[in-house]
Every structure is written in structure tokens, then in C-alpha cells.
Design a protein around this ligand. Structure first.
Ligand code: HEC
Ligand code: HEC
Ligand code: HEC
Ligand code: HEC
Ligand code: HEC
Ligand code: HEC
Length: 443
């Protein structure tokens, strides 16, 4: 009765397979529904209405107050979450429409507040109606959102899910493949048994000399293979030695994790704001920390997109901003400089050897080349790396291919007239202008 067993095996296996697939798909669905449930849970936590339009309040707050106030942290002014329950409404109307007047009137609460905050003056807002103020206070009265829950929708749970399900699909596919192999093996085995039982003759494999022995005895084959191996080795050695001293892709860890993607990409800060000397001088330079503080006096917390899979969480980014504060000696609590500075030692990435001369302003301002042409899509880089090889061949290639930009440059117009006659062309390349002369790039 063995035969019967074997004949049933394939169908038994496929049943098992089906069952497995079903369990996996149920798991996947279960994940989806739990995500939906989470989202609903968030909606449930919606804040209690404190007698005002929260959305309108948020807009007013961001437009008028956010430059000095944060909800949960001291900035120029105190944190404002829950301030509505701290003072009575009438007092708040007066304070917000003109705090200076209230202080001058001798109101003890107002004077105390003023003294407690280094006597900084709050802007008067006579234009805000009481309803506006009610709206703002409704916004500041919202309960603090739970950080873990709040992050769920922003970091696009979809990404995580698709990662998991991709792995699952791969796993299932591998399993299916393995089962197919086993099934095939069993089928041949069964067929052979049947054939044997029925007395059918089939050719059996005969004994050959092993392949390696045949190969080793054939001198021609050995010669051809050796030559082939030598050529491959030579090719890779050449590639390896040409790489020596070329640091393409070099992206060191910096003392402060400064993301160009967040600054130049998400927030569209112009390269020239920080690398201002690129247009005017030989070097591009790295901005001093004072430049950072133009913005970071007020940006002490990160609230943009995160990528927890790579370890880039809100906490990570906030800790990096703290490093900036430590380096410039900025005390957040008092909003003053302590005077204790320790300069940040940025690791230099692009570095030509001393014997080569490269000038940024000539390329950026005179020739009008985009930074990205040589540095790649920096605005997409979380960590900057060297994009171009910076070899002599790289410089020369571009000088051969690029035409001189003569528009609006009297000096070039003259030279261009003479040289274009000499070469008999309409457009001169940098090479024809002398961009290949050793002395131009070598001291
Ligand atoms: C120019 C900065 C600045 C702006 C803009 C500003 N404030 Fe203030 N605010 C302060 C300062 C500073 C204090 C602390 C009191 C002082 O020093 O006068 C304060 C105090 C307050 C207080 C009292 C806080 C407490 O803990 O008792 C409230 C309420 C307040 N501000 C509301 C607002 C609202 C609402 C807006 C926007 C319509 C606003 N502020 C805009 C600087 C500002
Ligand atoms: C907010 C300031 C800021 C802006 C805007 C900015 N950078 Fe930077 N950049 C820096 C800082 C700080 C460093 C040094 C730290 C590092 O390498 O990440 C740097 C490093 C670099 C480097 C590597 C320097 C080296 O060591 O070789 C390049 C290239 C660069 N930036 C290009 C750009 C380009 C192109 C843009 C515009 C798309 C840009 N940067 C926008 C601040 C800025
Ligand atoms: C023109 C304004 C501006 C300047 C100048 C600026 N930043 Fe930022 N920075 C931002 C903004 C906007 C964010 C993102 C805040 C958010 O999304 O909540 C940010 C975020 C950050 C973060 C957290 C994200 C990250 O990149 O790791 C760090 C750290 C940081 N900045 C450091 C610096 C340093 C160091 C400098 C000076 C070289 C600098 N910033 C200059 C505006 C600026
Ligand atoms: C024609 C190619 C080219 C262009 C265009 C270019 N760079 Fe560079 N950049 C280089 C080279 C080459 C170096 C290395 C220079 C060295 O080591 O002397 C460099 C170095 C840098 C550095 C490191 C610090 C320094 O000055 O050596 C920064 C930052 C930088 N570039 C930013 C920029 C920015 C911002 C722009 C656009 C405004 C830009 N670059 C445009 C080729 C270029
Ligand atoms: C993306 C193209 C490009 C790359 C890459 C490039 N250059 Fe240039 N280079 C130019 C252009 C365009 C000019 C012409 C500027 C002008 O009009 O004066 C130029 C001009 C020069 C000049 C002045 C030539 C003269 O005749 O006065 C020097 C020197 C120079 N480049 C050096 C370098 C070096 C060194 C590198 C490599 C590290 C390099 N360049 C990479 C495009 C490039
Ligand atoms: C457009 C600019 C440019 C011109 C023109 C140029 N070089 Fe170079 N050269 C470079 C740069 C940049 C390097 C550094 C390359 C590196 O670090 O890999 C270099 C490197 C070298 C080296 C060191 C070997 C190496 O590859 O690192 C020698 C030798 C050299 N150049 C000779 C010459 C001679 C001779 C000429 C004239 C025929 C010349 N160069 C013209 C930019 C130039």
C-alpha cells in the first residue's frame, strides 16, 4: 500500500501549503485592522473643547505668539499650555491686548510676571478681539498629546508595514520553492518505484571519469582557464589601485548630526545662506555656529519627518540640537549665552591635494555651475558624502565638454573672438580657453 501513500503526498503537501498561506494572510489582515484601531484611538483622544475654535486659535497662535511662546517649554515667554486656568479671563484679555499698560497700572500679578521673566516686554495685541483670544486660549488648553501615539500617523506606518509584508512574502515564496523541490523529488522517486514494480526498463546513469579529472588532464583547458583567471585578477587589481586616494562616497560621522536633507531640502534653506563665500572666494567654507543660532534660538525642538528605522527619531534630532546649544554655550532656561563655548570640529569631506588649485567662485559665479553638478543632490542627503571622484580626469573631462559662458562678460568676448577664429568654432570649450594647461591647476 506504500504506492498509494506516495501518490497522495503531492496533494497533501499542496493542502498544507494552502493552509500556511491562509494563516499568513490572516496575520497580515490582523495587522491592518490593529493599525486602523490605533488610528481610531487617536481620534478618540480629541481634546475637550474649552469654549473656542481650536483650529482658528492655532492659526492665530502661530502667527502672533509662536515667535516668543511654546506650548510646553519656556522660550522668550513662559510655556502657555494650560495658562487659561492660571489667570481669570478678564485679566487675560487685558494682558494680551496690552501687557505693558497692565504692568504700568501696578497690577501685582502682572508686575510679578514681568520681573520673573527678566523684564522682557511682550508685544501688545490691541487688534485681537476677545473672541480671538478665546480661540487662542482654547488652543493652549488642549491636553498634551501622548508622544508615542502622536508619532504613529506622521512617520507613515505604511513603510514599516510594507517592510514586514515584503519579508513575509519572501519567506512564503522561499517556502513554496522548497516544497516544489521536495515534491518533484518525491514524484520521481514514486515514478521509479512504479516503473520497477511494473518491470519497465529505464536507462540508469553509468560511471564516468569525474569531471575535475577530465579537466585536469586536458592541457588546453587548463591554459585557457589560467589566462582567464589572470585577466580577471588584473582587471580588479587595476580598479583597486585606481581607487587609492579617491574618496568618492566618503561620508564621515560628524560631531553634530547636521542633516542637509532637513535644512536644504525640507526647509528649503539656500546653500548660499550657510556657504556664503562659495560665490565670492576660493573656498566655500563651513558656517560658524552663530549662523546656526540665527534660527536655533527659536528652534529648540525638531518637529519634522522622522525615520525611526534608521534611528532618526524626534529624540535623536532633539539631542543633536542640544549639542549645538552646548557648543555655543546657550542656556535654554534663561535664553542667554553663558560664554562657555567649545567649537565644533566638523570633519572635512572634500579635500584636494595641496598641489592642486580649485576655486569655487570661478565655477559658481563666473561659470554659473550649480553646486549639485559637482556635489550631487546634497539637499537629499541626511549625511553629506563626497559625490564626485575629484580626480584630475574628472576636472579635465568637464573642461573638455563644457562651453565657456561668455554672456555679459566683456573680457571673455574679446578672447573668444580671437580664439574662436583660431579654432574655427562658434563655441569655445574651457579646454580651448586653456583649461587644460597644467599651470592653471597646479602650483
Ligand atoms: C515678543 C515676544 C512675545 C510675543 C510675540 C507674545 N508674548 Fe506673551 N509673553 C512674553 C513674555 C516675555 C512674557 C512674560 C511676561 C513679561 O516679561 O512681560 C509673556 C507672558 C504671557 C502670558 C502670561 C503667562 C503666564 O505664565 O502667566 C500670556 C498668557 C501670554 N504671554 C500670552 C501671549 C499670547 C496669547 C500671545 C500672542 C497673541 C503672546 N503672548 C505673544 C512675550 C511675548
Ligand atoms: C543651514 C546651513 C547649511 C545649508 C543651508 C547648507 N549647508 Fe552644506 N554644510 C553645512 C555644515 C554645517 C556642514 C558641515 C557638516 C557636514 O559635513 O555635514 C556642511 C557641509 C557641506 C559639504 C561638505 C563639506 C566638506 O567637508 O567637504 C558640502 C559639499 C555642502 N555642505 C554643500 C551644500 C549644498 C550644495 C547646499 C545647498 C543644497 C548646502 N550645503 C546647504 C551647513 C549648511
Ligand atoms: C535658516 C534657519 C536655520 C539655520 C541657519 C540652521 N538651522 Fe538647523 N534647523 C532649522 C530647521 C527649520 C530645522 C527643522 C525643525 C523642524 O522641522 O521642526 C532644523 C533642524 C536642526 C537639527 C535637527 C535635525 C538635524 O539636522 O539633525 C539640528 C541638529 C540642527 N538644525 C543643527 C543646525 C546647525 C548645527 C546649524 C548651523 C550649521 C543649523 N542647524 C542652522 C533651521 C535652521
Ligand atoms: C566645479 C565643481 C564644484 C562646484 C560647482 C561646487 N563645488 Fe564645492 N567643492 C568642489 C571641490 C573640487 C572641492 C574641494 C576643494 C578643495 O579641497 O580645495 C569643494 C569643496 C566644497 C566644500 C568644502 C569646504 C571648502 O570650501 O573646501 C563645501 C562646503 C562646498 N564645496 C560647497 C559648495 C557649494 C555650497 C557650492 C554651490 C554654491 C559648490 N560647493 C559648488 C567642487 C565644486
Ligand atoms: C562641472 C564642470 C567642471 C568641473 C567638474 C571642473 N571645472 Fe574647472 N571650470 C569649469 C568651467 C565652466 C570653467 C570656466 C570658468 C570661466 O568661465 O572662467 C572652469 C575654469 C577652471 C579654471 C580656470 C581656467 C582658466 O582658463 O582660467 C581652473 C583653474 C579650474 N577650472 C580648475 C578646476 C579643477 C582643479 C577642477 C577639479 C577639481 C575643476 N576645475 C573641475 C567647469 C568645471
Ligand atoms: C583642470 C585642472 C587640472 C589640470 C589642467 C591639470 N591637472 Fe593634474 N591634477 C589635477 C587634480 C585635481 C589632481 C589631484 C587628483 C587626485 O587627488 O586624485 C591632479 C593630479 C596630478 C598629478 C598627481 C597624480 C595623480 O593622478 O594624482 C600629476 C602628476 C599631475 N596632476 C600632472 C599634471 C600635468 C603634467 C598637467 C598638464 C598636462 C596637469 N596635471 C593638468 C588637476 C589638473
Amino acid at each position: 500500500m506504500k504506492k498509494v501513500n506516495y501518490r497522495n503526498l503531492p496533494s497533501q503537501l499542496s493542502l498544507l501549503l494552502l493552509a500556511l498561506l491562509l494563516t499568513f494572510s490572516i496575520n497580515l489582515n490582523a495587522q491592518d485592522t490593529s493599525a486602523v484601531a490605533d488610528a481610531e484611538a487617536i481620534a478618540d483622544v480629541a481634546p475637550a473643547d474649552a469654549g473656542g475654535d481650536i483650529a482658528a486659535g492655532e492659526q492665530l497662535f502661530n502667527a502672533n505668539c509662536a515667535s516668543c511662546h511654546k506650548l510646553d517649554k519656556k522660550s522668550t515667554g513662559p510655556a502657555l499650555r494650560g495658562v487659561a486656568s492660571k489667570h481669570d479671563r478678564e485679566w487675560l484679555y487685558k494682558w494680551i491686548s496690552n501687557s505693558t499698560e497692565l504692568i504700568a497700572s501696578g497690577d501685582s500679578k502682572a508686575v510679578q510676571l514681568f520681573e520673573d521673566n527678566n523684564r522682557s516686554v511682550m508685544t501688545p495685541f490691541p487688534a485681537l478681539s476677545n473672541t480671538d483670544i478665546d480661540n487662542i486660549l482654547a488652543y493652549t488648553s488642549q491636553p498634551k498629546p501622548e508622544p508615542t501615539v502622536a508619532q504613529l500617523p506622521t512617520n507613515g506606518g505604511g513603510e514599516g508595514d510594507s517592510g514586514v509584508s515584503n519579508n513575509l512574502i519572501l519567506g512564503v515564496l522561499a517556502l513554496v520553492f522548497l516544497m516544489l523541490v521536495i515534491m518533484l523529488f518525491l514524484v520521481t522517486k514514486t515514478l521509479r518505484r512504479i516503473a520497477e514494480a511494473n518491470g519497465v526498463e529505464y536507462p540508469k546513469s553509468e560511471k564516468h571519469t569525474p569531471l575535475w579529472k577530465a579537466f585536469a588532464e586536458n592541457q588546453f583547458m587548463v591554459l585557457v582557464t589560467s589566462i582567464f583567471l589572470l585577466l580577471v585578477a588584473g582587471y580588479f587589481m587595476y580598479g583597486y589601485f585606481m581607487q587609492v586616494g579617491v574618496d568618492q562616497g566618503y561620508a564621515p560621522v560628524q560631531p553634530i548630526h547636521f542633516s542637509h536633507k532637513i535644512h536644504a531640502g525640507d526647509n528649503q534653506i539656500d546653500c548660499n545662506y550657510c556657504h556664503s563665500s562659495a560665490r565670492k572666494s576660493k573656498t566655500s567654507g563651513i558656517p560658524s555656529l552663530n549662523v546656526c543660532m540665527n534660527c536655533h534660538k527659536n528652534i529648540s525642538e525638531y518637529a519634522g519627518d522622522v525615520n525611526p528605522e534608521e534611528g532618526y527619531t524626534i529624540d535623536f534630532y532633539n539631542a543633536e540640537i542640544k549639542k549645538l546649544y552646548a557648543a555655543v554655550g546657550w542656556d535654554e532656561a534663561t535664553q542667554t549665552y553663558t560664554g562657555e563655548e567649545k567649537p565644533v570640529e566638523w570633519v572635512r569631506i572634500h579635500n584636494l591635494p595641496d598641489f592642486a588649485y580649485f576655486n569655487h567662485s570661478q565655477h559658481v559665479s563666473v561659470a554659473g555651475i550649480e553646486c549639485q553638478k559637482c556635489h550631487g543632490p546634497v539637499e537629499e542627503m541626511e549625511i553629506v558624502g563626497q559625490f564626485a571622484p575629484l580626480t584630475m580626469g574628472w576636472c579635465i573631462n568637464c573642461h573638455r565638454e563644457t562651453n565657456v559662458n561668455i554672456a555679459g562678460n566683456e573680457y571673455y568676448e574679446k578672447i573668444h573672438e580671437e580664439l574662436s577664429k583660431k579654432y574655427g568654432v562658434d563655441q569655445l570649450t574651457i579646454a580651448q580657453m586653456g583649461g587644460l594647461e597644467c599651470g592653471k591647476c597646479h602650483y
